[in-house]
Ligand binder design. Structure first.
Ligand SMILES: *[C@@H]1O[C@H](CO)[C@@H](O)[C@H](O)[C@H]1NC(C)=O
Length: 351
């Protein structure tokens, strides 16, 4: 035996130990992913993962359904099909003029895309955090982890001041319906939600639950007071800031909302007389929007199985039980988040 070979032999156990160590590390890396955005981990588009890990996922995900609606998709054919369904899934009973005049203003390429196409180069892996307002975030100290994502989605009464350590400060997208936005200002103003988030890099995601949303969207782009309806006289600048170019406003496609309801959140409420008021919650719509547009998604402040341990919202002064509204199915949403977390499609913050 030559010396090289003898050397090799005594090294063999070391090599084996190193190899075993590596396997153990890989095992734990897979079992217990770093709670932060996984900078060095694999980045696969969630649907690709889903197709392999979720049973029946082939029926679950459809990437051909456009997420956003804009002028380029507004055809007579779309009008004809959507006027068969009630909002937020369509335009039944809504005036053509109000819808068309809003959509015609969403005519820049930015309106078709959630993420900015120009300016900064698109990261090779788009990591998103979606921040719900659940009491689980009170005392969580997740703020720096949330802010470390490329894009941060917030919604409704997203109080930041005083909760920076728990919820972070970065906001890339704010999602709402006019109803939930105004209710948040009214109900949570005294708890710190005194204005809608504003900022140079901030984008607004309108959820078209009502004619109000189309009318507000149009007025916001034109920079004029709301001319008619429930919000008549409102100045959109008070919500979205004085300098609000059309490109910062995004509109969820009614067909996308319907697809999410049919595939992901088909509540048994659909088979009751509650079927006309049922819709996925604002948080659910935004989290699933992120799942369909980002490469990696973390969900913070969303309902978990142990929701009873936490207050309704993180910003309340005293613990209040979670409110269940007749138009949402939060338990179904809780089960969905758990499934998507187990399948590796989202990383759900739990404690
Ligand atoms: C937030 O956490 C603190 C400390 O654990 C607790 O005393 C307080 O009641 C919590 N607030 C709410 C609204 O749950």
């Amino acid at each position: 035996m030559d010396s090289r070979c003898r050397l090799g032999l005594w090294r063999l156990p070391l090599l084996a130990a190193a190899w075993a160590g590596l396997l153990v590390c890989r095992y734990y890396a897979v079992r217990e992913p770093d709670p932060g955005p996984r900078r060095h981990g694999a980045c696969r588009r969630p649907p690709a993962l889903a197709l392999r890990r979720l049973p029946h996922s082939r029926q679950l995900f459809s990437l051909s359904t456009p997420v956003l609606l804009w002028d380029g998709l507004f055809t007579q054919e779309l009008w004809d099909s959507l006027s068969q369904r009630k909002a937020p899934y369509g335009w039944q009973g809504l005036p053509h003029q109000a819808i068309a005049s809003a959509l015609r203003l969403l005519n820049s390429p930015e309106s078709a895309e959630l993420f900015p196409a120009s300016g900064k180069p698109r990261p090779s892996c788009v990591r998103c955090a979606v921040v719900g307002n659940g009491g689980i975030l009170n005392g969580s100290r997740q703020g720096w982890l949330i802010d470390a994502h490329d894009y941060v989605f917030r919604l409704n009464g997203a109080v930041i001041k005083g909760f920076e350590d728990d919820v972070g400060t970065k906001t890339s997208f704010y999602g709402f319906t006019v109803n939930t936005m105004k209710n948040s200002l009214i109900n949570y103003g005294h708890l710190g939600f005194t204005s809608v988030p504003q900022g140079r890099d901030l984008r607004y995601i309108f959820i078209p639950a009502d004619i109000r949303d189309y009318v507000m969207l149009r007025s916001a782009i034109l920079g004029v007071p709301v001319p008619e309806g429930l919000d008549k006289g409102d100045k959109p600048q008070t919500y979205f800031g004085p300098d609000a170019p059309a490109g910062i406003f995004k509109l969820l496609h009614p067909n996308f909302i319907r697809y999410l309801r049919e595939r992901f959140l088909r509540s048994s409420l659909i088979d009751t007389e509650g079927k006309d008021v049922y819709m996925p919650s604002t948080g659910a719509l935004l989290l699933l929007t992120a799942v369909h547009t980002c490469d990696q998604v973390s969900a913070y402040g969303f309902i978990t199985r142990n929701y009873r341990k936490f207050s309704d919202h993180y910003f309340e002064l005293r613990k209040k039980p979670l409110k269940f509204y007749a138009n949402h199915d939060l338990l179904l949403e809780a089960a969905l988040w758990e499934d998507l977390h187990k399948a590796g499609i989202i990383q759900l913050y739990q404690r």
